[in-house]
Design a protein around this ligand. Structure first.
Ligand SMILES: [Zn+2]
Length: 511
């Protein structure tokens, strides 16, 4: 029995070794001269069982679809995986139960890889089905690919750890398990807790349909704030004794909508009314509206003050009280480091776009057809290094923005998504699952791991990032927008997850 197992494992080992040799010679030696350390890290990630292992982790997180600060299962799976691989894991850091830091090694340099794992509300969708078809109607879904992201970060970090062990080079590799990116919450708190104090460079990542990176200032700074009003109830048919908190919200919204005309085009502003009464015949004594106020770093605070004035106007006009202004998050624009992006770009080009199977192109085309987009299938080439746009036109936000002002940082966008799909949309949920997501996150992990190895073994490369960062910091010192008394909003999404989790778990248990 024992010899049989031994024989079998020898055969398996030999088959694995042959496969490994084939992959390594095929992919990473023919056209590029690379260090033995980088060769090793890339070959380790090229092993089919590694692709599968992290693919399955990504799919599991996709199925949990946990909203920000409720990512208990997702963060545990990732932290456990890193701990089992030999990382020292600190859980529940920076006042957030689903936030963790996994470290391996000791001393300088300290290279950080960021990772996210939160889902978005209302986007439930079956994986790899090219038309809208929810698993649990109304439940959350991974509409931004965050299921693949900390997974790719963990794969990269473990590969780097194995390379450090094999070649005995010094330094520290850390994974920053970052909850609630969709609501831009965790990073300013992690910075405030001092978790980035010893970090020399940061490798950020995001899922995409392309494979590339960029540098310079981009995206918007942002305040995420809930304005709550307090009035007085009365019978809806004899309302003169009441003071409607909902009226205050409506007047605030009208005021901010008039304000739009007089804001420079770089702004974005959107809101949802999250509390506004329960029946028309009871004058609502409580109402709340949640705003995202976005602009450049330079214009954000000024704009925010004007929005606060609109809230005060709503209260004044209705005889209600502006009871609370609760800042959930406040973040900077992204200031990506050019030297970091240039280094990442080289490794992206070295790794190359994954080879997609015919059925993967066919699925992409079916999804593109459904969305009325050109039926091009999956992409075949990596992108060029993206320069900053000449004109600032605003756009989305990320709490990575604050990190870019604390340490040299750039983002590796890795493939897996279908070109033409929309982020924060069911189509994105459909393609962030299964084979293309597996291959895409594996390619992303390779680019990250190769970059981390470069930064660990080539002090001159790291110095380029550091020099640029120190120079930039002279004119852009970090000053958080997040108020000092703000606390992580741990209650955010708790009710929603409580509502949806049993339905989602039921589906996966039945499956
Ligand atoms: Zn995202």
């Amino acid at each position: 029995m024992k010899t049989k197992i031994l024989k079998k494992s020898i055969i398996c080992f030999m088959a694995g070794a042959i496969l490994l040799f084939a992959l390594s010679t095929q992919t990473f030696t023919a056209k590029n001269k690379i260090t033995k350390e980088k060769q090793f890290v890339l070959n380790w990630l090229s092993q089919p069982q590694i692709l599968e292992k992290f693919g399955k982790i990504s799919d599991a997180i996709w199925s949990y679809a946990e909203l920000g600060l409720q990512e208990y299962k997702s963060s545990k799976l990732l932290a456990d995986t890193l701990e089992e691989a030999g990382f020292n894991v600190e859980r529940g850091v920076a006042g957030m139960p689903t936030c963790f830091i996994a470290s391996y090694g000791s001393g300088k340099p300290v290279i950080a890889i960021l990772g996210e794992y939160d889902a978005l509300p209302m986007l439930s969708q079956k994986g790899r089905v090219p038309n809208q078809d929810p698993i649990v109607k109304g439940a959350p879904g991974h509409g931004c690919g965050h299921n693949t992201m900390c997974t790719a970060a963990a794969a990269a970090a473990i590969a780097v750890k194995n390379t450090m062990e094999k070649y005995g080079f010094k330094g520290t590799i850390k994974v920053f398990g970052s909850p609630a990116e969709e609501t831009l919450i965790s990073r300013p708190y992690m910075i405030r807790a001092g978790l980035f104090n010893d970090v020399d460079a940061v490798i950020d990542n995001h899922s995409s349909s392309g494979f590339g990176t960029s540098y310079g200032t981009g995206g918007n700074a942002m305040y995420s704030t809930i304005f709550s009003f307090k009035g007085r109830t009365a019978h809806g048919a004899s309302p003169w004794g009441g003071r409607s908190a909902l009226d205050a919200v409506e007047i605030m919204n009208i005021a901010t909508n008039f304000l739009r005309e007089h804001l420079l085009y770089s702004y974005r502003m959107h809101y949802v009314i999250i509390e506004g009464g329960e029946a028309p015949n009871v004058v609502p004594d409580k109402a709340s509206v949640w705003y995202f106020v976005r602009n450049s770093d330079e214009r954000l605070e000024q704009m925010y003050e004007r929005v606060v004035n609109c809230a005060k106007a709503g209260a004044l006009a209705t005889g209600t009280e502006l009871e609370k202004i609760r800042v959930l998050a406040a973040v900077h624009q992204r200031h990506a480091n050019k030297a970091a992006a240039e280094l990442f770009q080289k490794n992206i080009e070295l790794v190359g776009m994954p080879e997609w199977a015919e059925e993967e192109h066919a699925f992409a085309k079916a999804l593109q057809k459904e969305l009325g987009r050109p039926e091009k299938g999956m992409p075949t080439n990596v992108g060029k290094l993206r320069e900053p746009g000449r004109t600032f036109v605003g756009g989305g936000s990320s709490d990575v923005g604050d990190v870019t002002l604390i340490a040299p940082t750039a983002t590796i966008r890795f493939p897996g998504g279908v070109p033409g799909t929309t982020s924060h949309h069911w189509s994105s949920v459909a393609c962030n699952y299964g084979s293309t997501a597996w291959k895409g996150l594996n390619a992303g992990a390779k680019a990250m791991a190769a970059s981390a190895v470069d930064l660990l073994i080539k002090p001159e490369e790291l110095q380029k990032l550091r020099d640029e960062f120190e120079e930039y910091s002279k004119t852009h010192p970090y000053k958080p927008f997040l108020p000092l008394d703000a606390e992580p909003p741990l209650d955010l999404n708790a009710e929603l997850m409580k509502k949806w989790r049993p339905f989602m778990e039921k589906f996966y248990h039945e499956k």
